[in-house]
Design a protein around this ligand. Structure first.
Ligand SMILES: [Zn+2]
Length: 293
């Protein structure tokens, strides 16, 4: 068990690192508990076709007035399923850092997921796909994975979001659309109609800005703490302590800023399976949610 003191220290460290790095989503604290955010939309009883992918892809129905729906976890009472998600972060202005040799990708992590046969959902920024098109295409073409949208720029959709630069309200929608264009340009055949806000930061105005794009905003209920972590064991404990049936775990596919993640996966996956969990994709959890009667 991770002690409360340790937990707090980890969270503070992550927040500080995020402010310095201004790169990774999901830093610091769980998004669902942050003030000023709407609660995740209740699960609707039916799904709607989503324009970025063929019809039939599981997605949540829009909220009142067509508001972009938010998904944070699947059902708690339909079996022990858990979805590992990996954010492929790269901010629009980080090209010079990549040119100097910084690695925003993590091929070893993807290889391990394949080796262990772990279904996973990858939320990729368009800038990442521009930088690593071959990897984007490989991930996006592998049926083991599903690839979704993490904005083009990795700029924040609200203020006060871990020091991330902020995208203006008038450009939120085009930023998401630009990311889909970048994913397709890289050769990703069917990017999913799921969108993860950079930093997990959103408010009603941000959700409203994306109305009509037919995306489901995907948050999480378990923060791994892998962002800027150096202690893999601590991240492992945080994940294992947090997972419940239907959980969505947020991790990162960004080697320079989440260097322990591949090692964490090697420990977490066998342990979750030993505990009876079945690893699934976000689409599976949304489907389970829609099937709930
Ligand atoms: Zn991110």
């Amino acid at each position: 068990m991770i002690s409360p003191v340790r937990h707090v220290r980890l969270a503070r460290g992550a927040v500080a690192a995020c402010i310095l790095g201004a790169a990774l989503a999901a830093c610091g604290t769980t998004s669902a508990s942050r003030p000023g955010r709407p609660a995740p939309a209740p699960a609707p009883a039916s799904s709607v076709p989503a324009s970025p992918t063929p019809s039939g892809t599981p997605s949540l129905a829009p909220g009142p007035g067509g508001l972009t729906p938010v998904f944070s976890n699947g059902p708690r009472t339909k079996g022990k399923t858990v979805a590992l998600t990996f954010d492929a972060d790269m901010t629009a202005d980080e090209g010079p850092r990549a040119a100097r040799g910084e690695h925003f990708d993590n091929p070893a992590l993807i290889a391990t997921l394949r080796e262990l046969r772990v279904p996973a959902t990858v939320f990729m920024t368009g800038r990442w796909a521009d930088e690593y098109p071959d990897e984007a295409r490989s991930i996006g073409s592998d049926p083991l994975f599903e690839l979704a949208n993490h904005s083009y720029s990795h700029y924040a959709f609200t203020g006060n979001c871990y020091g991330l630069p902020r995208v203006s309200a008038g450009r939120m929608r085009s930023d998401v659309e630009r990311a889909y264009s970048a994913l397709r340009k890289a050769g990703v055949p069917h990017p999913m109609p799921y969108f993860r806000f950079p930093g997990g930061c959103y408010d009603k105005a941000a959700l409203r800005a994306l109305d009509g794009l037919h995306v489901t905003a995907v948050q999480w209920d378990v923060i791994s703490g892998d962002a800027f972590a150096t202690d893999a064991d601590a991240v492992v404990r945080q994940v294992l302590d947090g997972v419940r049936p239907g959980s969505v775990v947020v991790m990162h596919c960004t080697r320079s800023a989440a260097p322990t993640t591949e090692r964490v996966v090697r420990t977490v996956v066998p342990e979750l399976r030993r505990r009876g969990y079945r690893l699934v994709k976000v689409s599976d959890l949304i489907s389970e949610t829609n099937d709930r009667s």
